[in-house]
Unconditional design. Structure first.
Length: 246
């Protein structure tokens, strides 16, 4: 084979290899985008304003709930170490909901991209459906980094809310520029009784990656104390966190 033919053959093979690599990269990108979109759609489908979960009034003074739920210094703790009874279904806490609406109004007035819609209370059954749908897509190991198993979700307490932006997406989801040191919600949530519960830097403690949208209501005094401490809720209360027992 002449040098010219060899050169042409080499260039053709190189072009084919480059094209194949580009196709693989494009496929990987589209798959990642699809999984993110599917996760996001599933998450947002459980909207508080269309929620049909049954709300069961809870009288803790006459039930076994205190024996099945973990409190530290009067604070209900729900994480991968401490869960909730499957029939615990209090709905959205009225005080927390009123504070959330005030937070959203203040954020919007400050120019933050928030809307008056959120993902709030979820029953055990709803979380089970959500979690299983994620597992079918991503597998247990990955899903456990971003979604709670049924019975271990703060949303079941009625004290946790996910914020949304003007596109209907979860607040700042996938935003590579997110920095809690400059984010309005992270800086001001405690003034309304909330803390941003999960950050990338504290995943080993809380069990979850960063979620700028996920707020947990603690009341103004405690939320302020936790925020000013710079600690996670687990560290502040001195309770175990991290992964599941199993």
């Amino acid at each position: 084979m002449s040098m010219e033919l060899k050169s042409r053959s080499f260039k053709l093979e190189s072009a084919v290899i480059l094209l194949a690599a580009l196709v693989l990269l494009a496929t990987a990108f589209l798959l990642a985008l699809y999984l993110r979109t599917e996760r996001q759609n599933a998450e947002l489908s459980w909207r508080s304003d269309t929620l049909t979960d049954p709300v069961v009034p809870v009288d803790s003074s006459s039930s076994d709930y205190p024996k099945l739920m973990f409190y530290k210094d009067g604070v209900l703790v729900v994480n991968k170490k401490h869960g909730l009874p499957s029939d615990y279904s209090p709905g959205e806490n009225e005080e927390a909901l009123a504070s959330l609406k005030n937070l959203i109004a203040a954020g919007r007035a400050a120019g933050v991209d928030l809307i008056n819609s959120w993902s709030g209370f979820r029953s055990y059954e709803t979380q089970a459906l959500l979690y299983s749908s994620y597992v079918a897509q991503d597998g247990v190991a990955l899903v456990d980094t971003y979604s709670a198993r049924p019975g271990f979700s703060e949303h079941q307490t009625g004290l946790a809310f996910d914020l949304k932006d003007s596109t209907g997406d979860l607040y700042r989801i996938g935003d590579s520029t997110y920095d809690p040191a400059t984010d309005w919600v992270a800086l001001h949530a405690h003034e309304y009784g909330f803390i941003v519960r999960y950050f990338d830097a504290t995943q080993a403690i809380t069990g979850y990656g960063g979620e700028p949208w996920h707020l947990r209501y603690l009341g103004i005094d405690l939320a302020g104390a936790v925020y000013n401490s710079g600690l996670t809720l687990e560290e502040y209360l001195g309770v175990p966190g991290g992964g599941y027992v199993d």
